[in-house]
Structures are given as C-alpha cells and as structure tokens.
Design a protein around this ligand. Sequence first.
Ligand code: HEM
Length: 403
Amino acid sequence: MIIPVLASICVLILTIWFYIKNTMSYWSRRGVIQIENKHFWSREFFGTTIRDKYQYGKSLNQKYIGTYIFSSPVFFPIHPPLIKNVIQHDFSHFRGHGNYNEPKDILSMHLFNVEGEIWKNLRVKLTPTFTSGKIKMMFETLLEKTHGLEKVVGDYADRKAACDIKDVLGRFTTDVIGSCAFGIECNSLEEPDNDFRCYGKKVFERAPSRLFYVIFIPHWILMASDFKFHGKEVTDFFTNLVKSTIKYRQDNNIVRKDFLQLLIQNDSVTVDEIIAQCFVFFLAGFETSSTAMTFALFELASNQHIQKKLRGEIEEVLKKFNGNLTYDAVIEMKYLDMVVNDNVNAQDINNYVQKISILTFYYLVQLDSSKNQNGTKYHSKYHTPEIGRYELLVVFNLEAVDM
Ligand code: HEM
C-alpha cells in the first residue's frame, strides 16, 4: 500500500516540477534573455522590481528581455524606439492594461481597466469629451478651487508655520476632481475630514485580500458573492453620489461646466459607464497630480535659480493677460511646461505601464527586426503561434520614454 502512495506523491511532485520548469523557461527556450522573479514572498514594491529588471536588461545592452508575472510570460521592451511603437504607432493593438474588470462591479469598468473592443468603443465615445475646447471650459471650474489653495497656503505663510504640502495638495486635487468629475463642492481644503476625502482615502488603502481574490479566485464565484474590488462601502458611496447628482441636475435643469455634464450630454454613454469614468478621474487624477506637484515644489525649493526663472515667466505672461490666469495664459508658459514635464519624467510618478497585446510574440519580434526587412514579411524563428490574443503582457519602464 505504502509503495503506490509514495509513487503517486513522486509523480505529482515531478509533474508540478516539470510544469513550473516548462512555464518559467518560456523565454529562454526562445533565445530571449529572461529575468526571473524574486521569491513570491518578497515584499519588494512592484515598481522597484520593474525598475531593477529594466536596468539589468539595459546593462546587458538588450533591446528587450522576457520576464514573468506569476506564470504569465511578459515581454519587457527596453529600447526606446520599440517602446515608442507600442505606445504610439501600434497604440491600437495594445488594448488594455491587464487589470481586473467585471461589468457587475461598476467601478471596475473604467477606461484604465477595460480591454479589447470594450476599451476601443469606450475610447471612441469619450474622445470628443477631451477636445481642447472642452478642457478649456473646465479650466474655470479648476480655477475656482485655486482660491481655497491660496488661502490655506497663505495662512501657513502668515503664521510662518511648516506646511505638509503633500496633504494640502491632496486636498486641493480632491476638490478639483470632486468639482470637475462629480460636480460637487467637497471643500476638503477647509474640511479635511469630509466624506468625499475619507472615502477617497479608502480607495488607496491597501486591501491585499481583495487583490488576492481577483488573481486566484474565478471571477464567476466572486460575482456570485457580490464581490466589489473597492469594497461595498466605497462602491456604494461613489455610485450613489453620481446617480443623485445626475438626478438633481436633470430635475432642476442645472448645467455646469464640468466633466460630468459632458458625460450626461453624451447620449452614447450609459449611467454605469458615467459612474466608472468619473471614478477613474478620481483614481487616476488625484494621487498622480498631487504627488507630481509635491515633487515639483521640492525641486523648485532646492533649485532657486529655476524657481526665479519660472516666476519671471509667470509674471511676464500674466502681465500680457491683464493679471488674469486663463487657459490661454497657461498654454503660453513654455518654461512651466518644461518644468512640469521634466519633473514627471524624473520622479517616477508612475514608473511603469503594463499593457495587454492582441498581437502575437511573432509580431513583437518582427517589430524589432523589421527595419532591416524593407517591408518584406519577416519569418522569425521565434514564431510562437501558441501565444495568442490577450495572453502576452508588455511591461515597460517609463524611465526609457521621452514623454
Ligand atoms: C502627473 C499626472 C499623471 C500621470 C503621470 C499619468 C500617467 C498615466 C499613464 C502612464 C497612463 C497609461 C497610458 C497608456 O496606457 O499608454 C495613464 C492613463 C490614464 N490616465 Fe493618467 N496620468 C496623470 C494624470 C491623470 C489625470 C489628472 C487624469 C484624469 C483626471 C488621468 C486619467 C487617465 C485615464 C482615464 C487613463 C486611461 C487611458 C486609456 O487607457 O485610454 N490621468 N495615465
């Protein structure tokens, strides 16, 4: 009895060992340098792991390397022209970021999460919302919020007190997005503990268990148990907020100059889609912008000559616009643009992007080699038909991209 049991255990262990070996040699079997992952119990920040892999691949003079996220093969471009192809020339072939999205979990169905045809259709519907004319219209709404910022920072300056600028700017961007995307006055600058700010902070609280569920538990089981990635409380708060604001505007014929209004007027967008897109504005806009501004202020404080030059430009342009800060005035501030862009690039505000390819690995290798082929079809020895649609993730480090 004992021998068959032992034999079965050995067969099981060997099968698992071969499976892992086979999966984790996907790239090396194709002649691509591969960088393996740290142990799964490593607590290192994912962005740091990505940066290290990028720098290692670069030190080996590789145009791309292969790596893995769990058992999925990941193509990791390093050579800037290759990355440029992914984000510019072939943008439409990389439809999605490989994130969790489920129609029953309304907040998950936003532009940054959805994939394939759903992403493409949503993008087509939303593109008219982002014309420069419409952004210009929203500028007024944004400008109103700067008065509160001026007051809070001014109070600190008058008292000669130290100011936690990250917190103040987080409250400022919360107020801007609350107003532009949700059409509400949340006054976080004056009332730091209001509901919008509290629920907003909860969105960014780490919930490792929910991440674990979406990776390891089949989604049909999660949906059957009414799972919400951001938790039920946060989901209900943002859903009800948008629904009640839409109803209030429709019942009272109120029209505001904000993103929500543009979405309401766009007949092709459903209410659930509006809720998810307002939410992504908050998700993608609040922390990124406040972090970028915090770093920019730190750099300006550390480099007084740049600060002086920037102040000079701002004063000069404002004089031309009779002291009024308008959209056109900001567009004329070229040095400001350079300072902001340089800062976003240098500070790793968002240090990598992960994308899902609808192409095959064959295509990606072809991309790299096509420049010598004069347009003739390139038959690569790496052609691997078994890697098909949506199975290949592409990750790249933004350090390599000249944005
Ligand atoms: C410093 C500020 C910001 C940084 C560094 C940043 C960075 C990024 C990056 C790297 C992507 C991925 C692009 C791609 O897949 O090719 C992205 C996408 C996106 N961002 Fe931002 N972002 C910032 C601010 C904002 C703001 C203020 C909003 C909205 C209010 C926003 C909304 C979005 C949306 C909706 C997407 C998804 C676009 C799509 O997949 O079609 N971001 N952002």
